[in-house]
Design a protein around this ligand. Sequence first.
Ligand SMILES: Nc1nc2c(c(=O)[nH]1)N[C@H]1C(S)=C(S)[C@@H](COP(=O)(O)O)O[C@H]1N2
Ligand SMILES: [Mo]
Length: 323
Amino acid sequence: MLIKRPDPILSSEITPRGVFEGRRGFLQKAAAGSIAAAALELALPGRLLAQNSAAPKLAAKPNSSYTVTDRTTPYKDVTTYNNYYEFGTDKSDPAETAHTLKTRPWTIQVDGLVKSPMTFGIDDLLKLAPLEERVYRHRCVEGWSMVIPWIGFPLSALLARVAPTGDAKYVEFVTLADKSQMPGLNAGVLDWPYREGLRLDEANHPLTLLTFGLYGEVLPNQNGAPVRLVVPWKYGFKSAKSIVRISLTNRLPLTSWNRAAPSEYGFYSNVNPNVDHPRWSQATERRIGAGGVFTPKQKTLMFNGYESEVGQLYAGMDLRKFF
Ligand SMILES: Nc1nc2c(c(=O)[nH]1)N[C@H]1C(S)=C(S)[C@@H](COP(=O)(O)O)O[C@H]1N2
Ligand SMILES: [Mo]
């Protein structure tokens, strides 16, 4: 994100749309309120879309309240056009190199200002709450976007389990940094481990998803296996991948991107078409997989289209100051 490069043209962007029509049909039915029919159809298009993948399936119940009706981004783009700097800074690097990530055994330590600090094994964490499928918009600060069917449960379920104390105001996320598994750590792009943070009310918002899968499958390594965050109204970098520790604090966490370039990447980083990045506009975005460079850019929505759900979290705040 530090260097602005010209947008590469992906061969996957000119993939025919036919195979994705099934999914689209589901979304239209879901939008029309035909939930039973939609639920029936869900499993099949999901499998069709990911049919070339060897990843294990992950069952989840579709949550239509959190499913946008935009056409989903092809599985191939979702899993080959990635930002995961621990595995290299090119969009294609993580898909090529992240197979060295070992996702079992894996533990997540939850500590800090909580009544019951706990360490979870990943397979126990998976069972903490019912898994849901939700289709969210995903907007990268660089100006591209996707629409992704994630699988997870609200982070609030985990926070409730450890019971934050009255002093807790923020949540800090620390992700894996292991040179033996992550070739990108040798490049000093960021101060590793990758760290992110949310205000406690943002972390407890029902949209904030602790995420274990996508497109009906266990998360591919390049997408942040075995567990990541998804915060759909914020720029993508807030959604930390491969989390190993979650700490409740009373001080604003110093995040990796904020530390690297404080004038460019603020703590809040809410998607906001009216507040430009110092080096480029945030008013529009390019939907990956929507037809490549021939597709006109589309307008970026306030809070990425989630304003009615999250706008009140920022009531009275100057979003130019708290960018
Ligand atoms: N640990 C870690 N998490 C990360 C990143 C990263 O480099 N390292 N990149 C972020 C950025 S900039 C984006 S846009 C999203 C990309 O998620 P995706 O590859 O699943 O689309 O992951 C975010 N989480
Ligand atoms: Mo991003």
